[in-house]
Design a protein around this ligand. Structure first.
Ligand code: NAG
Ligand code: NAG
Ligand code: NAG
Ligand code: NAG
Length: 598
């Protein structure tokens, strides 16, 4: 009898082990997102003088994408597209030609990812993942009146959030003096004159005995301070007039106070941000998350969205002067150190094998960025690709690093040259992990047409890289490169070739592929462009990857076929896609809202 019981126990144990091995739990998903990092800033993309061993290791242990494209060369729209797999114009998160504000500016701005958009976090949460975002969000905080709560990412599938609601700004490093105004501006002259006039009339009234009692004098002074001071403060520090700040509508002093925030979930926990040590603070938060969920019965989805290498430059003590490329290089190497620390934790916790890791940057390097004062370059390097951040269709702004690693499942040390997009993340993750597709997971997403495709076959090396005659999704594909709602360039992967057709080209400053120098300078895709729609320019990136040669002659059959296909596609897109108005098209939406300030 005893033997029988033991045998039964043994059978049950064996069955248990076999069945739990049979139904593999879906893997964890870890997204590492760099900010403003150029494709030429990394060792694994050919930079021989920078030191990025951890990101390079990710590349050698996984798949390296060499033709990886963002949907927009600015943070907010690019990140929205990464999470939703849809072009940002589909939900109005694109720049408007009149106002030219390309991103969510303030914690309190009334713009952001619409509540009904479905993100990868929403999808994975529906698949019973534990979801978290650490670091930069920049897709709208949706603060309630008086800033009592600002759910931000928590409205979009993330169960927890620790990090920066919008972005880092240069002012967070050096906020600017309270009373530093330019007295050549009529507004400040008026402020000054009115202040002198009020004080002068008070003093005169007192002297001439009109205000005999000191108490009346004091009362008037009090009223003066109580009533006029806030008006003056508001006038001086906040305004629709872009003079106050190039783009923000508030003074640098106020800016560093109302936007330099760290949130934990819905609540503000740090103001202003202490920049030194920020990288470690964020990395420690992600490591704590990994440790806390390492032995859960369900998988996790963690997005670690780095503050580096956006301006301002800041480094921990031990990283100062670490690189051969000044403060910017130090920032890149600190980013790499952070990646290393997170990946080490993953390995120490025994999670490496069961975690799909994806590394990318939200867009190319900011070529114009310089340190105010010293004019030291503090922007990224886009390799040999021309142009950078904020330029509609220029390659340097939209071609970014892209690495996928899943030990034992994805091949190691391979390179994929097929054009892919950051928007491919959601369908690819759902496919690789064997989860149901997005409409099965989130039924209300049925009306949301995806622009990203499942590239798992390409990553698994099951699809031939070239000339597979369009048998796989990655075989033939068209990409659009936006400037606001306009399309400035299109790209066709025909199977054998990758063509790029320009309708507008950037108008760079002489002898460069950028527009001047400055922390907030860049070529805007509305003004600094040349309209070439009369005779669109076609490049074959397979033969001429850096667009060094003149475009393909319009007299060739190649030009005519490819241009026709792309223009027909564009015509169809324009006539069949309904685009809502841009959320970023009114000052009311983008401005700082005093009454919503947390
Ligand atoms: C490496 O990156 C640094 C930092 O962006 C840049 O200054 C340098 O030119 C790059 N070097 C090469 C060889 O690409
Ligand atoms: C913002 O919050 C309100 C409720 O306070 C909600 O109805 C709305 O959908 C939210 N919007 C976004 C974009 O999350
Ligand atoms: C998801 O799968 C269902 C059923 O197989 C299919 O009808 C639907 O088109 C798929 N949706 C997407 C977005 O692929
Ligand atoms: C851009 O903004 C202006 C002014 O607010 C508006 O008239 C125009 O329709 C907007 N354009 C788009 C494409 O939303």
């Amino acid at each position: 009898m005893k033997v029988l019981v033991w045998m039964l126990v043994l059978v049950l144990v064996v069955v248990g082990v076999v069945s739990s091995e049979g139904v593999d739990a879906p893997p964890n998903v870890l997204v590492l997102l760099a900010d403003d990092l150029g494709i030429g800033d990394l060792g694994c993309y050919g930079n021989t003088t920078i030191n990025t061993p951890n990101i390079d290791r990710l590349a050698s242990e996984g798949v390296r994408l060499t033709h990886h494209l963002v949907a927009s060369a600015m943070c907010t729209p690019s990140r929205a597209a990464l999470f939703t797999s849809r072009y940002p114009t589909r939900y109005g998160l694109e720049e408007n030609a009149t106002i030219q504000i390309p991103v969510v500016l303030h914690t309190t701005s009334h713009v952001g990812l619409p509540a009904d958009e479905v993100t990868l976090a929403t999808a994975l949460r529906a698949a019973d993942y534990t979801t978290a975002l650490v670091g930069k969000w920049h897709l709208g905080m949706n603060c309630s009146f008086l800033g009592r709560s600002c759910p931000g990412p928590l409205n979009h599938g993330f169960q927890s959030f620790y990090g920066i609601p919008t972005t880092l700004y240069q002012e967070f490093a050096a906020p600017g003096a309270f009373w530093r105004f330019s007295f050549t501006h009529p507004k400040f002259q008026a402020l000054c004159v009115s202040w002198v006039a009020v004080v002068w009339s008070l003093v005169m009234g007192y002297r001439k005995d009109i205000l005999s009692a000191t108490c009346v004098f004091n009362l008037l002074l009090l009223i003066h301070v109580a009533v006029l001071a806030p008006i003056w403060f508001t006038l001086a520090h906040s305004s629709f007039d872009p003079f106050v700040h190039e783009a923000l509508g508030i003074s640098p002093w106020l800016h560093a106070r109302v936007n330099s925030h760290i949130f934990r979930d819905e609540a503000l926990v740090e103001r202003p941000i202490r920049l030194e040590g920020l990288t470690h603070q964020l990395v420690d938060e992600s490591r704590a998350f990994l440790t806390a969920h390492a032995h859960d019965h369900k998988p996790f989805f963690l997005v670690h969205s780095f503050a580096h290498v956006h301006v301002p430059m800041f480094s921990s003590q031990h990283m100062k002067g670490h690189s051969r490329h000044g403060r910017y290089g130090d920032n890149v190497e600190e980013l790499d150190e952070g990646v290393g620390a997170i990946l080490d934790t993953l390995r120490e916790l025994g999670l490496e094998k069961n975690t799909l890791v994806y590394f990318t940057s939200d867009h190319g390097g900011h070529l114009e960025a310089v340190e105010p004062g010293t004019m030291e370059r503090i922007g990224g390097h886009n390799g040999r690709f021309k142009g950078g951040k904020r330029q509609g269709g220029s390659e340097g702004g939209i071609r970014v690093p892209g690495l996928y690693r899943w030990p034992g499942i994805l091949p190691t040390g391979v390179t994929v040259d097929v054009p892919t997009s950051l928007m491919d993340l959601m369908p690819t993750v759902l496919s690789l992990t064997g989860l149901p597709n997005i409409t099965q997971l989130v039924p209300h997403s049925a009306d949301k047409e995806l622009d990203g495709v499942d590239i798992s076959e390409v990553l698994l090396q099951k699809a031939t890289m070239e000339g597979d005659g369009g048998k796989t999704t990655a075989g033939r594909r068209i990409f659009m490169h936006h400037c606001g709602q306009d399309i400035h360039a299109l790209r066709l992967h025909s199977g054998e070739h990758v063509y790029k057709l320009y309708l507008y080209k950037a108008r760079w400053h002489e002898g460069s592929t950028q527009c001047g120098w400055g922390a907030y300078k860049s070529c805007t895709c509305f003004d600094d462009v040349i309209d070439v729609r009369k005779e669109p320019q076609l490049y074959d990136l397979t033969r001429d990857p850096y667009e060094d040669n003149p475009p393909i002659s319009p007299d060739t059959p190649e030009y005519q076929t490819v241009t026709k296909e792309l223009l027909d596609y564009l015509h169809k897109w324009r006539t069949t896609t309904h685009l809502p108005p841009s959320q970023l098209s009114t000052m009311e939406n983008v401005k700082w809202n005093m009454w919503y300030q947390p």
